[in-house]
Design a protein around this ligand. Structure first.
Ligand code: PRP
Ligand code: URA
Length: 213
């Protein structure tokens, strides 16, 4: 696959280890949910090393007063793409408990594989926040591209997208359609099957998170 300046593929050994368990069809729903959260926290730590708004405050230690930088209050929004993106929200909240959460509801039409939007509720003032769009699976890229476009149409200027597993087709599509956003994926898989599922992938992330199949 071509190299894109706006794409980071982590391939970190600790994340790879957790993804191996996540893929396993024998992994329970509870463990699957916990792993999605843990991987998201590891990805967030790395992907937010730039672009976060900070504020200088004064801190009094037992010895003296010093100036310190802290993350600005109310400056981050998490936008999960429903349903499966919901599984990633707590993984970011662990690091930024005050992050606001907006929801974009999308499902893929099973025949055309085109995304259909059925819900959108975003936090007030989102246009000035750093927006973290999250979805564990980036397959054809249709859902991610439409979600990012919807947020741009609402005035968002600072957007990062995080997926745990990506297919080359979806990653290229998102990177080329939205070259102005930062994209982070934990691992890049081989491709898609005829039903638009990622191979080897992990199956249907929503079903495995919520036990619907
Ligand atoms: C899955 C996944 C993404 C989308 C990825 O959701 O969570 O949102 O498919 O596919 P794409 O890159 O080809 O658009 P799905 O539509 O299955 O809905 P669900 O989360 O409600 O199960
Ligand atoms: N959505 C999923 O949940 N899994 C895939 O492999 C592709 C899309």
């Amino acid at each position: 696959m071509k190299n894109y300046e706006n794409v980071v593929v982590f391939n970190h050994p600790l994340i790879r280890h957790k993804i191996a368990i996540l893929r396993d069809e024998k992994t329970s729903m509870k463990e699957f949910r916990e792993l999605v959260e843990e991987i998201t926290t590891l990805m967030t730590y790395e992907s937010l090393k730039d672009g976060v708004q900070t504020t200088e405050i004064e801190v009094k230690t037992p010895l003296e007063t010093c100036k310190q930088m802290v993350v600005s209050d109310n400056s981050i929004a998490i936008i999960p793409i429903l349903r499966a993106g919901l599984g990633m929200v707590n993984g970011i909240h662990v690091l930024f408990p005050s992050a606001r959460v907006g929801h974009i509801g999308m499902y893929r039409n099973e025949e055309t594989l085109m995304p259909e939007t059925y819900y959108c509720k975003l936090p007030d003032g989102i246009e000035d926040k750093l927006v973290m769009v999250v979805d564990p699976m980036l397959a054809t890229g249709g859902s991610a591209c439409d979600a990012v476009q919807l947020l741009k149409d609402k005035g968002c200027k600072y957007i990062k997208f995080m997926a745990i597993i990506a297919a080359p087709e979806g990653l290229s599509k998102l990177a080329e359609t939205h070259p102005d956003i930062d994209i982070y994926v934990s691992t890049l898989d081989r491709g898609l099957n005829e039903n638009g599922y990622i191979l080897p992938g992990l199956g249907d992330a929503g079903d495995r998170l919520f036990g619907t199949k």
